[in-house]
Design a binder for this molecule. Structure first.
Ligand SMILES: NS(=O)(=O)c1ccc(-n2ccn(-c3ccc(F)cc3F)c2=O)cc1
Ligand SMILES: [Zn+2]
Length: 262
């Protein structure tokens, strides 16, 4: 069934262009083979400092829904971990499946999760705009968090309640005072990190990936609301459910995945 979902995903307009950066050898997502990851004692704890007042809007971009933050100053930042510089939060979004059996982009020893959260940051020490950073080797840092189905996530509910208002592609509503830290697992010291890319076009190889070892739990009903979103705009005749908006795992091409824990 997942293969059919992967096939359907590739039919989405998003994927009608090049499926990889020509000559790309650091594409994402990947399968993290836990026993092959290399412990690095130099990896530091993550330091997130998010200001909920910088939360601005939530919108359906026709592939996922994005919660966007004001990134015109260093008010919501990420540093530490594998990073040498300070990174500014610009948005977060999710990827999910039509069933709880799949949906994540990264996998752990081939294990799929029902969904995955991505918090996207850009290097504000080196670049002045996201648009600039997205093209650079050390331009972006994305925190990945796996979602499992279980108890209701109280912090997520405010976001879930906003989704019916952005059911169609290109719909946007104001969304304020949301602290993305509530979506991080209680333990952010244990993670894997590797050099990769954006998982949708432009697929630029500019991302330091930081994948959390600990997952968060959301309820089945909360994920069902994700699946009530549509890939399509209100004007389109055929409405398509926004599900299976994930890319399949890419070749590791000799890269090392480091772990912050033994
Ligand atoms: N899934 S993910 O790897 O976290 C991911 C995948 C794709 C993007 N993405 C897609 C288009 N853009 C984008 C937006 C504005 C811009 F000026 C340049 C971009 F590349 C972007 O950041 C952002 C994040
Ligand atoms: Zn993503």
């Amino acid at each position: 069934m997942q293969e059919a979902a992967e096939h359907n995903m590739k039919m989405h307009p998003m994927w009608q262009g090049p499926l990889a950066v020509p000559g790309g050898d650091r594409q994402s997502p990947i399968d993290i083979v836990v026993r092959k990851s290399v412990f690095d004692s130099q990896l530091k704890p993550l330091v997130t400092d998010y200001d909920p007042q910088t939360c601005q809007q939530i919108w359906n971009n026709g592939y996922s829904f994005l919660v966007e933050y004001d990134d015109t100053s260093d008010k919501s930042t990420l540093k530490g971990g594998p990073l040498q510089d300070k990174f500014r939060l610009c948005q977060f979004h999710f990827h999910w499946g039509e069933s709880n059996a799949w949906g994540s982009e990264h996998t752990l020893d081939r294990r799929l999760f029902p969904a995955e959260l991505h918090l996207v940051h850009w290097n504000s020490d080196k670049y002045s705009l996201f648009e600039e950073a997205v093209m650079e080797d050390n331009g972006l840092a994305v925190i990945g968090v796996f979602l499992k189905v279980g108890k209701r996530h109280e912090g997520l509910q405010k976001l879930v309640d906003a989704l019916p208002a952005i059911r169609h592609k290109d719909s946007v509503v104001e969304f304020t005072r949301f602290d993305p830290a509530c979506l991080l697992p209680s333990n952010t010291d244990d993670y894997w990190t590797y050099h990769g890319s954006l998982t949708t076009p432009p697929l630029t190889e500019s991302v330091t990936w930081i994948v959390m070892k600990q997952h968060i739990e959301v309820s089945h009903d909360q994920l069902a609301v994700f699946r009530s979103l549509l890939f399509t705009s209100a004007e389109e005749e055929v409405q398509k459910s926004m599900v299976n908006n994930f890319r399949v795992q890419q070749p590791l091409c000799g890269r090392t995945v480091r772990s912050s824990f033994t």
